[in-house]
Design a protein around this ligand. Structure first.
Ligand SMILES: NC(=O)c1ccc[n+]([C@@H]2O[C@H](COP(=O)([O-])OP(=O)(O)OC[C@H]3O[C@@H](n4cnc5c(N)ncnc54)[C@H](O)[C@@H]3O)[C@@H](O)[C@H]2O)c1
Length: 296
């Protein structure tokens, strides 16, 4: 396995379980500069205090990933110095108490999308675009979820949709990034963190603080430790993997989804539908080549 060295690590949601574990793992992989971003600055500061040591520069920023201008400002400051590999972890995320989709609180749906999807996009854009423009090498890591790849979550439609969207962003970006920047998507199952309590800090514009679902804390305490997730994340990034899995049960559900796909195409093969290629990538290449010939 290739070694995966990091000079600068920037982590959103760094005050929480997976984010703080990623910060510790980044230090173990040689990071000498850490930027810990969290909407709860005190939590990120406590993580920084726990990691402090000689030769390690740690900066803490109170940063809400839904504030895209703040992310741009921080990215400008952060990437204006240093020249070594950068790791950007778009990790901040929230979840809300379960509710059937038809009864879902629109404020919750908007909040989950603003943080989990648009916050992830804004993080990737702020840091990734500057790395691409300056030729700086490194890796982007998005924290998606087992729900991105088919693990069902009845009552968790907004969260599930946001995490599918995060995987979609990463998959599209993967084909757009310059060669010096890699990207991985982490797809953890249950992790023992405080995610269940996020609703207690829901901002006023999305409905204000709410109560966590009864028993949610006990459920999440059954999860895998965040430091195991972080270790696997770094192993996956070192191996250059796009998808990084952390728990084996997820494969069962991913296989069930693959069977759905296989059945759909077996039915199509057996039908009298047109069998010519409508592959959008092939069509784009053909039309681009045709346009180039016409313009030459
Ligand atoms: N815990 C799990 O079971 C699990 C499983 C799969 C994926 N995830 C994902 O992992 C990521 C990290 O979650 P966690 O489990 O460590 O939970 P956590 O609540 O312990 O940590 C999340 C951190 O994000 C911060 N945060 C919340 N909203 C923010 C915002 N708008 N801007 C900046 N920071 C914000 C919180 O203050 C917290 O410190 C999330 O994206 C979550 O969806 C978690």
């Amino acid at each position: 396995m290739r070694d995966f060295r990091v000079e600068t690590a920037i982590i959103t949601g760094a005050g929480g379980g997976i984010g703080s574990a990623l910060a510790a793992e980044a230090v173990a992989h040689g990071a000498s500069r850490l930027f810990l971003l969290d909407i709860d600055e005190d939590k990120a500061r406590r993580v920084a205090d726990g990691l402090a040591r000689d030769g390690l520069g740690i900066e803490v920023r109170g940063c809400d990933v839904t504030d895209h201008a703040a992310l741009e400002r921080i990215a400008e400051q952060t990437l204006s110095s240093g020249s070594g590999p950068v790791l950007v972890c778009a990790n901040a995320g929230v979840t809300v108490p379960r509710a059937p989709l038809f009864e879902a609180d629109p404020g919750n749906l908007r909040w989950v999308f603003e943080v989990n999807l648009f916050g992830c996009w804004a993080t990737l854009k702020a840091f990734g675009s500057r790395m691409a423009a300056s030729g700086r090498s490194g890796r982007l890591l998005v924290t998606a979820s087992e729900h991105s790849v088919g693990v069902p979550f009845a009552g968790g439609s907004g969260y599930t949709a946001s995490k599918h969207a995060v995987l979609g962003l990463a998959d599209a970006l993967r084909r757009e990034l310059p060669a010096q920047i890699g990207i991985s998507a982490l797809i953890p199952g249950l992790v023992a963190t405080d995610l269940w309590g996020a609703i207690g800090s829901r901002p006023e514009r999305f409905g204000g603080p709410g109560d966590p679902a009864p028993g949610a804390g006990r459920l999440m305490a059954e999860g895998i430790p965040p430091d195991v997730v972080a270790r696997l994340a770094f192993e996956g990034m070192a191996a250059g993997r796009f998808l990084i899995a952390t728990q084996t049960h997820v494969q069962r559900y991913a296989d069930a989804r693959r069977r759905d796909v296989d059945e759909a195409f077996a039915a199509l093969d057996a039908s009298d539908a047109p069998k010519a290629s409508y592959d959008i990538g092939e069509i784009q290449s053909r039309l681009a080549a045709q346009a180039a010939r016409e313009n030459s």
